[in-house]
Ligand binder design. Sequence first.
Ligand code: NAD
Ligand code: MG
Length: 388
Amino acid sequence: MNRIAVLGATGSIGTSCLDVIAAHGSRLQVAALTAHARWESLAQQCHQFKPQFAVISDPAVRAQMGGNAFPRETEVLFGPDALERISAHPDVDTVVCGIVGAAGLRGAWAAIEAKKRVAIANKETLVVAGPLVMDLAARTGADLIPVDSEHSAIFQALLGGRRKDLKRIVLTASGGPFRGWSKERLERDVTIERALAHPTWQMGPKITVDSASMMNKALEVIEARWLFDLEFDQIGVMIHPQSIVHSFVEFIDGSVLAQLSPPDMKLPIQYALTYPERWTASGPSMNWAQSYQLEFFPPDLEAFPALQLGFEVARRGGTCGAVLNAGNEVAVQRFLDGSLKFTEIPQACGDILNGHNFDAQPSLSELLRLDEWARKEMQAWKSSQSTC
Ligand code: NAD
Ligand code: MG
């Protein structure tokens, strides 16, 4: 029995993960579930899965909660420290990192330190502290398996050849709701509703806005750089609107291996739990009785400068990932609050990156300090062209 802690259980990754666990109930068991503030949803999940622990990471929730919302067999813990405790708990075999943002780093770190199987959806962990995280995993021997669909595809395709024969990898991107839009149209016509309506994937709001700006692909380039120990110029991006080919690798003899499946996160989540085994699908499969048209286009870096920032940060490394990520988290929040224009997201992130004190080999505490700094800078950022 594989005992699983699902961090961020109430989110999009978390609920898909629980679907996978429910589909394979004889071999997978929920040991712990966590949420930040949505305790009612978490309590509901606990009634269904009866975990040993539930964690509510926002300590303010404690005062609002009813007396016996959770089942008797579940111990309820509060605050971010509890996230670390259950991630390292001896009754947990596997930790699924489904928290959004840099807030996911602490739980992932604790799980890797405790040598768990770590199914990592939280790309921000690798963007912020990739080299330190990979180093820690190498030291403890923790299995770090990607859940992000592109990285799961690369992980699977890499099994088809020798690592030293790899030439490059190509991450695919749907292009989001604004695919094909010009810079001018993006300035003029983007609305919050449109940015939140992704054409192929159902995801949480932050990653959905990131997909619209292509900052998600930027973060994924950085994630891939550290996860697979690549040079930045071994990573390419292609727009693939159908989201069927989840990414591909090219070997030195010109052979390209790809991974294909319908756009549904249950497969990469399940594979991260079962690797190197493969179990019966818990999500949809391809229907080879129908026709598919698969298209690939190079990205438009002028209209989507966020992607260019991703390549730049992957090249420079050091403190850049932490600064870009924190700046972007606040920029997305400001866009959703209406205090930042969509096209200002990459502009503001670029300004803050350029203005930070670069260090090529930062410690974890330095990265966390810069994360805080970049958040404050982004909160205060005003466009030089702004009239208000
Ligand atoms: P979501 O917003 O749907 O869910 C986020 C979860 O994290 C919730 O359970 C929430 O309670 C918890 N959370 C939020 N803030 C927190 C905090 N400060 N401390 C502790 N917990 C907190 O997000 P999502 O779409 O499921 O994405 C989760 C992660 O997975 C992100 O890093 C995202 O980039 C990555 N990812 C998601 C998808 C997808 O299909 N949704 C695909 C690939 C990668
Ligand atoms: Mg992805």
